[in-house]
Design a binder for this molecule. Structure first.
Ligand SMILES: Cc1cc2nc3c(=O)[nH]c(=O)nc-3n(C[C@H](O)[C@H](O)[C@H](O)COP(=O)(O)OP(=O)(O)OC[C@H]3O[C@@H](n4cnc5c(N)ncnc54)[C@H](O)[C@@H]3O)c2cc1C
Length: 197
């Protein structure tokens, strides 16, 4: 079984934004060249219900379905992150890594996790996490996870709505990007910022 360096759980706006920045960083930085990433997505991004008019840089009237599909293409153009279209059902931490079980009854392992599953519920068994109510809405069924600078505990990071930020494309994308930069810092000891030109 392949052990990924990072498993991103949730391939919505924030998880894909993180994957994009990580892919660019891994491609550009020799010290990260062996890092591997998997994205697991259950296919229920909030963005799929949206039509974007106020998302910076996104053509007005773009459907969320198209926005997500373009993000997937952008991530896959680097050939670094592997996307699995399946729901993660359980994650067990052992001494060396996390064992990840999915709905399709496959098992994976990863050394680090980036949790990007949105704020609707926490539906993965097995991890002991500081779950708390999401604070930026009156709807008290929403959830978030406590963190410091997107780090929840050793080897576990969070981004997007699950990190308790307001529900807007640029905001959640930014948390994914920042979490990605922080992960690359923890891997390399350097602040890696990729400006293509
Ligand atoms: C109707 C509607 C309209 C909107 N309109 C706008 C707008 O006009 N402008 C704007 O800026 N924002 C808008 N938004 C907000 C924007 O879509 C969200 O802020 C954004 O999608 C949240 O990103 P996220 O990555 O945190 O979560 P999501 O994009 O929801 O992604 C979470 C992903 O995690 C996956 N997941 C969950 N559990 C698991 C699991 N166990 N295993 C694997 N995958 C899992 C889900 O299937 C989903 O794909 C709108 C939202 C809605 C609902």
């Amino acid at each position: 079984m392949k052990n990924y360096d990072l498993a991103i759980i949730g391939g919505g706006i924030s998880g894909l934004s993180a994957a994009l920045i990580l892919s660019a960083g891994i491609k550009a930085n020799g010290s990260l060249k062996d890092k591997s990433i998997a994205i697991f997505d259950a296919g229920g991004s909030d963005a799929l219900k949206a039509k974007f008019f106020n998302a910076p840089g996104v053509k007005q009237g773009t459907s969320g379905k198209k926005a997500i599909s373009k993000l997937v293409d952008q991530v896959q153009s680097y050939g670094i992150a592997k996307l699995y279209n399946t729901r993660v059902t359980e994650i067990i931490r052992n001494e060396e890594c996390f064992n990840i079980k999915t709905k399709k009854e496959k098992e994976f392992s990863a050394s680090n996790l980036l949790l990007a599953t949105g704020f609707r519920n926490w539906n993965i068994e097995g991890l002991d996490l500081p779950i708390k109510p999401f604070t930026r809405t009156d709807n008290n069924s929403r959830v978030a996870i406590e963190h410091k600078e997107y780090k929840v505990k050793d080897n576990i990071y969070v981004c997007g709505l699950l990190s308790d930020v307001s529900s807007h494309y640029p905001i959640v994308a930014g948390t994914g990007a920042q979490a990605a930069i922080n992960i690359m810092y923890d891997w390399s000891g350097q602040w890696i910022v990729i400006h293509d030109k």
